[in-house]
Design a binder for this molecule. Structure first.
Ligand code: GUN
Ligand code: ZN
Length: 433
């Protein structure tokens, strides 16, 4: 067992932030050798019970916090960050598709996967739901690297059998065979999970979406991920291609692609019937504010989502998104919520923003109580944060009079420099087969 003493941030079941200025975190390996939290709370209350059995690591002036969960990120778009375009569709055509075509080469995919996983960990992201490309080699590259680094990672081969250029377009039947083979190879291995991944409705034929829905029914505990209602031109296109569906979102429902463990990126231009459908199907939205601001897609409607009561969490959406840093994403989410506030009076507190990128995002993935928190039973993925990482941060956090002020200072001024250590739950180094 290992015991840590430091300030400690975690979340109650209702999403409330819990903070101990002098906290204790005790972790111990389970039967699989995975470190789990066995105790978390005030040092005063817990030290007598938990400090007799091993050395105590003391981190004065630091904060232990749950590893961040990135609910939607594209590993092959690591080098696409910062490619400007008029909007989503020209961005895909001019930058993204040509770049993703390079991932048919396994060595190239391996190289980017190693950089990508480094970048996640450097920024404190310990769980990610990621897109690969349409090439199975890209999926193997990312799973292999995540397995070596003991990361909790869910990804899948992109399905896109039409309206896509040579080099990324796949073939309907083969794409579904490849998907099933990848599920069987990777899903549930170590900390890895598979996501059935239609890119978005416009680039899949009805046959491909039907096949994806059949796989989703057959493999009930795999994830589903796609994009929806991000951009007005995209929505128009989807409505033309699927005129019989009630809405763009309903296309996915019509093919059996809305259920628990389904996560749709963006969900910006929804009506109330779409929101109700999200809730009914227990489907989650990945909110990607840096991407939405960069591509000029629009603003996620927090008030609408809360009114309907569907799940959502924060995501970088790199490379439409502009940063791997959860601090940057939380700050952009704050700006977006402020935009909505003028209409509804709703804004987001720093604790809510933080929850949306940790325990809330984990809940959206169906992993509540597993990752994204530091309550007993959780896998012990945690961060050692340095609130004095820069001169301005040191000055500002020292003056904080409340948890809100402390968390806001970190969100507004923080970046990868705040992440002093990223500690991953697996006790043992697990080389890939
Ligand atoms: N819609 C379809 N593909 C993509 C993508 O790669 N990024 C974003 N932001 N939206 C998409
Ligand atoms: Zn995306």
């Amino acid at each position: 067992m290992q015991v840590f003493r430091s300030a400690l941030l975690r979340f109650a079941e209702d999403g409330q932030a819990l903070y101990d200025e002098d906290g204790l975190l005790a972790v111990a390996p389970d039967a699989q050798g995975r470190q789990r939290v066995v105790a978390a709370g005030p040092w005063q209350a817990l030290a007598a019970q938990w400090t007799g059995q091993g050395a105590v690591t003391h981190w004065p002036g630091r904060i232990l916090a749950p590893g961040f969960v990135d609910l939607h990120v594209h590993f092959p778009q690591t080098d696409v960050i910062g490619s400007p375009a008029d909007g989503l569709l020209p961005w895909l055509e001019n930058y993204t598709f040509p770049h993703e075509s390079r991932f048919c080469a396994p060595e190239y995919a391996d190289d980017v996967a190693a950089f990508f996983v480094d970048e996640l960990l450097r920024n404190g992201v310990t769980t990610a739901l990621a897109f690969a490309t349409s090439h199975p080699a890209s999926v193997n590259a990312l799973f292999g690297e995540a397995q070596r680094r003991c990361l909790r990672l869910v990804t899948g081969k992109v399905l896109q059998d039409r309206h896509s250029p040579d080099g990324v377009r796949d073939q309907t039947e083969q794409s579904l065979l490849d998907t099933e083979a990848l599920i069987q190879r990777w899903h549930g291995v170590d900390r890895l999970g598979y996501a059935i991944t239609p890119r978005f409705a416009p680039t899949s034929t009805p046959e491909q979406l039907r096949g994806a829905g059949e796989l989703a029914a057959r493999y009930g505990d795999v994830w589903i991920q796609s994009h929806v209602a991000e951009n007005l031109d995209e929505i128009r296109w989807a409505r033309e291609l699927f005129p019989r569906s009630r809405s763009y979102l309903a296309v996915y429902d019509d093919f059996g692609l809305m259920r628990e463990r389904a996560v749709y990126a963006h969900c910006i231009h929804f009506d109330d019937a779409d929101r109700a459908l999200m809730r009914e199907r227990k489907t989650a939205a990945a909110v990607s504010p840096t991407s939405n601001l960069f591509l000029g897609s629009g603003f996620f409607d927090y008030a609408g989502a809360d009114r309907a009561g569907f799940r959502y969490g924060l995501a970088s959406d790199v490379g439409g998104g502009t940063s791997f840093s959860p601090f940057h994403t939380m700050l952009a989410a704050y700006y977006v919520a402020r935009e909505g506030q003028t209409k509804t009076g709703l804004s987001l507190s720093p604790a809510q923003l933080w929850w949306q990128h940790t325990a809330g995002a984990a809940q959206a993935m169906g992993l509540a109580g597993v990752v994204g928190n530091l309550q007993p039973g959780c896998e012990a993925d945690f961060l050692v944060l340095n609130p004095q990482a820069t001169p301005l941060l040191a000055r500002k956090t020292q003056q904080a009079q409340s948890l809100d002020e402390l968390l806001f200072a970190l969100i507004v001024l923080g970046d990868d420099r705040v992440i002093e250590q990223t500690v991953i739950s697996q006790a043992k180094y697990a080389p890939s087969a």
